[in-house]
Design a protein around this ligand. Structure first.
Ligand SMILES: [Zn+2]
Length: 255
């Protein structure tokens, strides 16, 4: 018997099992989308195969677990501290505003690369706030409530456990004020940060989605591939993508 006779049925059954898995995945995708309220739902449904392929790329690239959903509904535990925090010290890449800053290793690396690119354009990146522990966030939140009142404090500061800063992957740049967006640094970041994997967490006009008012200074490192996915499939809104990935992960594990 020739080898062909063995190989052809093998290839055929392989084809069948791959296409069945794809159909299952597409069905799961449709059911996950039904539970969410994404403005880009139609776009995704019309291009399921491409979307799933892009998501595979993002998840495969996420070796550092950078895509955890943390928001007003999803809290980190009191004792969560990233294992790979490095202190930020004076260096030739970016400036620091204080001496108690720290970030996760892959974030600090990406920050160096981005800051060098900014420096080539004559811009100095200033890092003002980074990792915050649960206890630090508790004190900060309590202080904000005291100064601003509960409602105003909740628009711009997270309750302990709900802050992206506890992940060690979020950075507040420059002045941490609204006029930062008008500065050279703010404009440069708005235009270029995503090329280096940094995504603006609380964009203008999305307070009802993110839970927070516009913060032109607050970026979260999610990686370059995830930034591309955010732009291509989620209307460039980080919250939509992270909510989707959270729901996808839950639904896939439940199967
Ligand atoms: Zn922040």
């Amino acid at each position: 018997m020739s080898k062909k006779i063995f190989i052809l049925p093998l290839l055929f059954s392989l084809f069948i099992s791959v296409s069945c898995a794809n159909t299952e995945k597409e069905q799961l995708l449709a059911s996950v989308l039904e539970t969410l309220n994404l403005p880009s739902e139609k776009l995704i449904l019309a291009n399921k195969e491409q979307f799933l392929a892009d998501m595979d790329t993002v998840l495969a690239a996420d070796k550092d677990y950078l895509l955890t959903l943390v928001d007003k509904q999803h809290y980190l535990s009191k004792d969560y501290v990233p294992e790979d925090l490095v202190p930020l010290v004076k260096n030739n890449h970016y400036a620091i505003n204080r001496n108690d800053l720290s970030l996760r290793v892959p974030v600090e690396k990406a920050l160096c690369i981005m800051s060098d690119a900014a420096a080539n354009d004559g811009i100095t990146i200033l890092v003002s706030s980074t990792f915050r522990s649960y206890d630090y966030q508790s004190k900060l939140y309590a202080r904000n409530v005291k100064q601003l009142g509960q409602a105003a404090a909740d628009r711009e500061s997270a309750k302990p456990g709900a802050s992206q800063h506890q992940l060690g992957t979020a950075i507040d740049f420059g002045s941490i004020t609204d006029d930062f967006v008008e500065t050279k640094q703010g404009k440069w970041l708005a235009k270029n940060a995503m090329k280096y994997g940094f995504s603006l967490s609380f964009p203008e006009g999305y307070e009802d989605v993110t839970g927070y008012r516009y913060e032109c200074w607050h970026y979260r490192y999610i990686g370059i591939e995830a930034c591309k996915m955010q732009q291509k499939w989620f209307g460039n809104i980080q919250q939509y993508m992270l909510e989707f990935l959270y729901a996808w992960d839950k639904a896939s594990n439940a199967q």
